[in-house]
Design a protein around this ligand. Sequence first.
Ligand SMILES: N[C@@H](CCC(=O)N[C@@H](CS)C(=O)NCC(=O)O)C(=O)O
Length: 280
Amino acid sequence: MRVISEHRCYDGVQGFYRHVSTVTGTPMRFSVYQPPQAKHQKVPVLFYLAGLTCTEETFMIKANAQRFAAQYGMMLVSPDTSPRNTGFPGENDSWDFGTAASFYVDATQEPWSRHFKMYSYVVQELRDTIVQNFPALPDRMGIFGHSMGGHGALVLALKNPDIYKSVSAFAPVTAPSQCPWGQKAFSSYLGSNIADWHQYDASELMKQRQNPFPQGILIDQGLEDQFLDVQLLPHHFEAACIKAGQHLSLRRHSGYDHNYYFIMSFMEDHIAYHHRILSA
Ligand SMILES: N[C@@H](CCC(=O)N[C@@H](CS)C(=O)NCC(=O)O)C(=O)O
């Protein structure tokens, strides 16, 4: 692991790092915010998965999460949104597929299956890297994210409730098998078998679980979000949670759209929510 840069921030450390991932077989970048409490003790960790067009910097620059992470004593970790510079044809042709659009799956279809293994990268390798190199409590980890990254957070948590003890999302893609972004990505990364898509579809995964997060799931959604009705479809996830007996706090906010002004407005609620569960 190499340090790209480190900066004092709210009396903690904002850092940017790179390593060569054995899972993706590519160089990967990630960012970590260590709160001031981490100087003296290990602290809970909150992973954040960003959305389409984002990098490992976006969340740290735009969400103002460090202020609340410092207050509550939480480490923040944000990976890049995909491998980059793979040389695959079409990797940079569209903003909703390929580079910065991994959808956090382990691709099974050539050529993407050679490098696009973001699910395993985040769940295994990035987590191990954080535990080995930072003062992190491995049994106190939560995950959240935005849009494509909200989908990633819900899916990673639903598949690994033993690793991620708390989960929340801002404007997540909740039923990728049923929206154009998900259908475009999954057909190329996972092939044409819908059963394979359902392994990375939060609404489908929820239908197969029985109350996996007894302390609830928090989702915030802006009602002026331009992607709400076509891509995000939170009512599908809401229905699946009711069926599974999963408590969901799905807060619909009038006036807010899809961007980081919305995210920063509810950031403290999310960090306080994860802190409450992870410090219990
Ligand atoms: N590029 C798209 C928008 C993409 C977009 O909204 N991306 C969201 C995640 S899905 C985001 O967070 N973008 C980065 C940013 O707002 O800084 C467009 O032109 O409509």
